[in-house]
Design a protein around this ligand. Sequence first.
Ligand SMILES: *[C@@H]1O[C@H](CO)[C@@H](O)[C@H](O)[C@H]1NC(C)=O
Ligand SMILES: [Zn+2]
Length: 330
Amino acid sequence: MAGLNVKPIFLLSTIIFGLWVLHASAELQRFEHPSKTDGSLSFLVVGDWGRRGAYNQSEVAFQMGKVGEKLDIDFVISTGDNFYDNGLTDQHDTAFEESFTNIYTAKSLQKQWYSILGNHDYRGDALAQLSPVLRQIDNRWLCLRSFIVDSELVEILFVDTSPFVEEYFSDPGEHRYDWRDILPRESYVNKLLKDVELVLKESTAKWKIVVGHHAIRSVGHHGDTLELMKLLLPILQENNVDFYMNGHDHCLEHIRDTQSPIQFLTSGAGSKAWKGDFKMGNKGGLIFFYDGQGFMSVQLTQTDANIEFYDVSGKVLHRLITSKQLHSSM
Ligand SMILES: *[C@@H]1O[C@H](CO)[C@@H](O)[C@H](O)[C@H]1NC(C)=O
Ligand SMILES: [Zn+2]
């Protein structure tokens, strides 16, 4: 009987110590975004867009507005490459208004946007996009390198993937990248991987989503990102991540991981698309590929995820429905 009295105290101190350790080392900023009153949540995902409306950016934006209204979306996710060709020149670059504020004008899109940086964003003043000055110009804007959006139903972990890509450092060609606060690269990447692992392990959310700019798996122009397959994917596989969402390849894709339940979803078709540009290489797990413009919607409840891909005319091209058991493993 004595054991019953001792055990809870031991457990409690273990939990307190555990929490202290987790919080002492988890440094990613966390944003609470409550679900709807019925417990559901919906959002749009768009990537690779900022071209002052050109290449059908405005048409995609218009359809996003319609779908956003229909689904009563809670927020929008940008998978990066927010401003072409070379990010923003500084905080006062008018490309911000010309490619964002003046394009995504629909009422349903006047919600919080959660954005990350793509490789093209790193070719300009990367810090400008992270700056609170942009939030004063358009309060929808929030762009950070790596951070967490937490709605209890889902935890969305945004990961800064550009620093993973070896080629940008070893063979940048004519491109210049703004690596302020990133170097030395190896310790930046290692620390980020540790943070990702910790956040995912700690998460009690029903759904776990990771968002990065670069694909882990893709049959598009750039193909698989080997650095992410090697370093990031094992962490996602070990921690029951449901979806990895990305841009970078200017297409829409759905690929199933062949070794885990993870589904890879590319939404990088916010403006210029690369028609007919795909890799014939690793097609393992490929379910859907579209080489035109468009975007993606995500609707989540405790039991179901309903994800749809749309083209430039708002037509649903592909739908993915995943169900979970009601009882939790927690
Ligand atoms: C815009 O979309 C239309 C309809 O799909 C397509 O015919 C046209 O080529 C696109 N324009 C550009 C510049 O991508
Ligand atoms: Zn890119």
